[in-house]
Design a protein around this ligand. Structure first.
Ligand code: C2G
Length: 154
């Protein structure tokens, strides 16, 4: 039976369950999943700040069980060439991109799947920032309380 190749693109910063579910859904559309990970330079073009470097984001994605190959995403324009050179049958993205890549329909199937709710790298970064906004003395006080509790339970 002819093998079917699926491709998807993304930053995959602070890898989380939403990214994993997306990749697992993508793999349902074929037997080879290629993931194009946005480079740090391309993320600058996208105006996207990332915490984790391209090298680490690529290594994490490459080690996800359902991922067969990782390539770099360096530009918006590379998708048609990638689809042709990798003989892609299906291009898949989360539905926050719905409609944005329909122009690829003359090259392969274009599929948008529902995003996973209540999780995003942006939200994770925001909660990290909120933590830094807690007054230092409150954090120190919390550590004092923990010390007392530890003594009580020894
Ligand atoms: N995603 C998801 N659920 C979330 C978060 C993300 O399904 N809670 C999906 C997105 O819809 C996308 C993929 O996971 O399909 C990667 O998301 P990002 O890392 O945010 O990728 P993005 O910055 O949108 O880059 O050329 C396309 C761009 O490179 C996509």
């Amino acid at each position: 039976m002819e093998s079917k190749t699926v491709i998807t693109y993304g930053t995959f910063d602070m890898f989380h369950i939403g990214h994993l579910k997306l990749l697992q859904r993508a793999k349902e559309y074929g037997d080879k999943l290629i993931v194009a990970v946005s480079t740090d330079e391309f993320n600058e073009q996208k105006g996207k700040k990332t915490l984790i470097s391209f090298a680490q984001r690529s290594e994490i994605v490459a080690n996800i069980k359902c991922v067969d190959e990782v390539i770099s995403e360096n530009s918006w324009e590379q998708k048609p060439d990638d689809i042709k050179s990798y003989k892609v049958n299906t291009f898949l993205m989360g539905d926050d991109w719905k409609g944005k890549f329909d122009y690829l329909e003359n090259l392969c199937n274009v599929v948008y799947v529902p995003r996973t709710e209540k999780i995003s790298s942006t939200q994770l970064k925001k909660s990290l920032i909120n933590f830094t906004s807690i007054p230092k003395e409150d954090i120190l006080r919390a550590f004092e309380v923990i010390e007392v509790l530890k003594r009580d339970f020894e």
